[in-house]
Design a binder for this molecule. Structure first.
Ligand code: AMP
Length: 205
């Protein structure tokens, strides 16, 4: 049996659909309080975990593999293999702020974000001076209230930005789900993992 750690929320909603399309169904997936889902053939077990914790379950070997947004993997320095992306929970990481703004206008910019590592890498590469303010959610408030000049956050439809009078200044990178695997399990459980990987990988980049 292969245990898959699945990031709960947008990722799990969309990955359960993908798995269903591949003929892998979990009978008890309707009960959203259940944290462990079983597949009738007994080949796979899904554990539904907080997105930020997904790489930890895989790194610790409690789950042989996992599926999580690339934003989470980029922020953490987990010792897992990132094998491929899945067409699920697609979005992008963006620099955003009040309409008409641009990064080039600042020699030192104050940015509010949940994604401090990715923000740091982006701003260093841009060669601009910066100060990061770490927030855990509702980051759109920061530029509105004058606490920051801009934000770095995930954008899917852009509705949240629009509803708060903000706009994208620059796209930083695309974000998809990634399939991650425990390094030891990829050797010791190679046959079973390969079966799952080839089932999910089909035609993916
Ligand atoms: P939207 O209004 O569709 O652009 O969605 C933006 C909001 O939803 C932001 O607050 C994001 O943090 C969150 N969000 C959208 N897509 C994702 C995703 N795939 N993973 C995590 N958060 C997301």
């Amino acid at each position: 049996m292969i245990r898959i750690a699945l990031a709960k929320g947008r990722v799990s909603d969309s990955v359960l659909e993908i798995l269903k399309g591949k003929g892998i169904e979990f009978g008890d997936e309707k009960d959203d309080r259940k944290l462990i889902l079983h597949e009738p053939e007994g080949k796979y077990e899904l554990i539904l975990v907080k997105p930020q914790d997904t790489p930890t379950y895989v790194e610790q070997g409690v789950a042989e593999c996992g599926i999580v947004g690339r934003d989470i993997v980029m922020e953490q320095d987990s010792d897992v293999y990132q094998l491929f992306s899945l067409e699920a929970a697609k979005c992008k990481l963006c620099l955003a702020g009040k309409p008409g703004g641009r990064l080039e206008r600042y020699s030192n910019i104050k940015i509010a974000t949940k994604y401090t590592s990715s923000a740091e890498a982006f701003l260093e590469q841009k060669g601009v001076g910066f100060e990061l303010i770490k927030l855990n959610g509702s980051v759109e408030l920061a530029p509105i209230l004058g606490m920051s000049d801009a934000i770095i956050d995930i954008v899917e439809t852009g509705n949240t930005l629009r509803a708060n009078g903000l706009e994208i200044w620059e796209d930083i990178c695309e974000i998809q789900c990634v399939f991650i695997a425990n390094k030891a399990a990829l050797k010791t459980r190679h046959k079973e993992l390969s079966e799952l990987i080839s089932c999910l990988y089909e035609g993916k980049v």
